[in-house]
Structures are given as structure tokens and as C-alpha cells.
Design a protein around this ligand. Structure first.
Ligand code: SF4
Length: 372
């Protein structure tokens, strides 16, 4: 937490409500949360004043901004606050403080690690959550041993029919290779939730293909996940974020909507494969990403096996396939593949970017697990 002697100057909420260009506001802890949340999407800095250290309303207001409104800008606590309150300020989401009385104790308090024993809205993970994470890491290692030689159907049946992994959904881009995984899922449970990231930038052909596959496979639970209007207004009012900052664009259009959904899930099925190369070359059938088990039933399948399965079951082909698109994402960032050996070479062509970020980075294995 950053500590300063003087609180940031910022206009009042009355002033901000009539100034569409304002990006900072200062309020008292007793401010109406709904009124502040309505502005939060366009704020880069919010100062919450504490008239006395005994007044806890500023803590509640900060927690609501972080947890309910998804506010990500700077959040400064100012006024009559004490060094002993630093860890509580950090826990509810403050990342800056300007105490009336700046003592050396503040420096120590603001840099002390925060370890908590109850759920928290900020980065600090509770001790119980750390134990749960270690348990899931052991489970993933066990699953990779158990299902080492299993077929994709067996992996999916374990995940979907046996409900052994808890609350689960599949993620699909309804792209060139999607039909195979969706077909395997539909054979087991056509009502399984299938998440689709509706970025608002898809090719019309992808949306038509999505409708066609839903009908052909009788999928009954396809869920569109879209960015919030507040995020779009705040970061991409001009609609050109994909060109200016593609990582940020993927973040608000894909990563955040999916992360929000994953809060209610224990596991996610994906169609990623080792043959995609790059970060996927070492892909395991099961992995742990940000506390959620990722199930990759087709991790070891080749392109030939994918095509053979699609042919055998007469699955419809993505309309862009015959135009040379071997991997399809948003129309703004997708070109026909440069080479058949690298189907993803048409994605973010001309840049270093190879992934949108939704698959995160699996943690290093912490524990050795043996089933013998
Ligand atoms: S693929 Fe391109 S348009 Fe789509 S979310 Fe990412 S950067 Fe934005």
C-alpha cells in the first residue's frame, strides 16, 4: 500500500456527476454506495475520507467498490486512520493511504504481509483457500496418472457423468475444431453448460456456425459471456482497443467475463491440444489454473484424429475453413493461416501475441503424487 502525507485532490461526487470527463472523485465513507458504483466505471482514482478512525463505513464502501462494482483504479483512504488499521484497509481493497498523522509505524504497517483466515475480496488468499488449492493440485496430479491412457470419452464421462470434479462447464469458441469436442460432450450430456465468449467481434460466419452446431448437436445450455458495458465504456469507448492494446482488449472481452463465471465453477473443459504448439506443446489432460481444474480431453489428439472424428460423425465444418482459416477468433485479429503446419499462425498476425490470456499460466507443480 502506498502511503503519502497528503490526500489526493479530487472533485466531489456532485461535481463528477455533471462532468463526463472527470476520472477522480473524493467522498466520505458514508456516501451512498449505489451512487458511487454508478460512477466507478470511468474513475481512475477514488478517495474515501474517514472523519474518525472509529467510523467503519469507509471499509464497507471500499469492499463494495472492489467486489461488486469491479473497480480497479486507485483507492485511497484519507483522514483519521491508524497504522493498526492498515491490514484491514488492504483487505477491503485500499491500495493507498493518506493518514492525518503520518508516523514511522505506517511504513511498517503498509508493507507487512497480509495473511487472513476468512475469505477476502483482494489478493490475500485465506489459509483455508491455500489448503484447498494444495488439495486440488494433488487431485490434478492423481487424475493425470489415472487417465494417462484413457480416451477423450472416458475423460469426459468422468468429468460430466460422474460429476467427480464438482461444478463444471465447457468453453467453446465455436471455431474450426470445436465441433469434435462439442459432439463428444453432447453424446454424454447435451445439457452440460457450454460457455461462449461473446466479444462482439466475431465473424458473422462464426455466429451462424454456432447456431448450426447447437441445432445439430441439440445443445441446450450454451451461455454467452459478454464484457460489461461499464468496462467497454471505460477502456474501449472508441472501439479500437484491439489495435491499441490487444492484451487489454482480450482482458475485458474474454478474461474478465470468464473469470467472473469461473467463480462458480470447480472445473472447465477446453478443446486445447498439444499440436497447437507454443504454450500448449506440453499440455496435460488435467491442469490447475487459478484454482480451477482445466480438463483437456483432446490434449493428445492430432489434426488427423480431429478430422477423422468430424468426418466419421458428419459434423458440419466452420464456413471459414475452406477460405484458409484454420483457427478462428475475432475478425479484427484473425487472418487465414500462414501455413497448414501452424494453424494458429493467422491469430494476432504480425505481433508477438499468441494467446488471449483465458488459459492463464498453470502453477508449477508443488507436490509429487504417486498412486502406487
Ligand atoms: S481477439 Fe482481438 S478483438 Fe478479440 S478480444 Fe482479443 S484483442 Fe480484442
Amino acid at each position: 500500500m502506498r502511503i503519502s502525507a497528503i490526500a489526493h485532490e479530487a472533485p466531489t461526487i456532485d461535481e463528477v456527476e455533471t462532468d463526463p470527463d472527470a476520472d477522480a472523485v473524493a467522498v466520505d465513507g458514508g456516501e451512498d454506495p449505489a451512487r458511487l458504483e454508478a460512477l466507478a466505471g470511468r474513475m481512475n482514482r477514488i478517495v474515501i475520507r474517514f472523519p474518525t478512525f472509529k467510523d467503519g463505513r469507509g471499509f464497507s464502501l471500499a469492499a463494495r467498490l472492489r467486489e461488486h462494482a469491479g473497480y480497479e483504479g486507485e483507492l485511497q483512504a484519507a483522514g483519521d486512520i491508524l497504522p493498526d488499521q492498515a491490514r484491514h484497509l488492504i483487505r477491503v481493497g485500499f491500495d493507498a493511504a493518506a493518514p492525518d498523522e503520518l508516523t514511522p509505524a505506517w511504513e511498517r504497517a503498509a508493507t507487512r504481509p497480509v495473511r487472513v483466515y476468512q475469505p477476502t475480496g483482494v489478493d490475500a488468499r485465506s489459509a483455508a483457500a491455500e489448503r484447498a488449492q494444495a488439495g486440488r493440485a494433488r487431485k490434478v496430479a492423481s487424475l493425470n496418472v489415472l487417465f494417462k491412457d484413457a480416451s477423450p470419452e472416458e475423460v469426459l464421462r468422468h468429468a460430466l457423468a460422474d460429476k467427480s470434479l464438482g461444478r463444471i462447464a465447457a468453453l467453446s469458441s465455436f471455431g474450426v475444431e470445436s465441433a469434435v469436442l462439442l459432439h463428444l460432450i453432447a453424446e454424454i450430456d447435451a445439457n452440460a453448460p457450454v460457455l461462449f465468449l461473446e466479444t462482439g467481434r466475431h465473424f458473422p460466419q462464426t455466429l451462424q456456425y454456432k447456431d448450426a452446431l447447437i441445432e445439430r448437436l441439440a445443445l441446450t445450455n450454451v451461455i454467452d459471456l459478454a464484457p460489461t458495458p461499464a468496462e467497454l465504456a471505460r477502456h474501449d469507448a472508441g472501439g479500437d482497443l484491439w489495435r491499441r492494446d490487444p492484451d487489454k482488449c482480450c482482458d475485458i472481452r474474454k478474461v474478465r467475463p470468464l473469470s467472473e463465471q469461473l467463480r462458480g465453477l470447480d472445473a472447465l473443459i477446453t478443446g486445447r491440444k498439444r499440436v497447437h504448439g507454443a504454450e500448449r506443446a506440453q499440455l496435460e489432460r488435467f491442469e490447475l489454473v487459478d484454482g480451477v481444474i482445466r480438463v483437456n480431453p483432446l490434449a493428445e489428439w492430432s489434426y488427423e484424429e480431429i478430422e477423422e472424428h468430424a468426418r466419421l460423425h458428419e459434423l458440419p465444418q466452420h464456413p471459414l475453413r475452406e477460405m484458409g482459416y484454420l483457427s478462428v477468433g475475432c475478425w479484427t485479429c484473425t487472418e487465414p493461416a500462414k501455413t497448414r503446419d501452424d494453424p494458429r499462425s493467422g491469430r494476432w498476425s504480425g505481433s508477438e501475441k499468441t494467446e488471449c490470456g483465458i488459459h492463464g499460466k498453470p502453477p508449477e507443480p508443488e507436490l509429487e503424487t504417486s498412486l502406487s
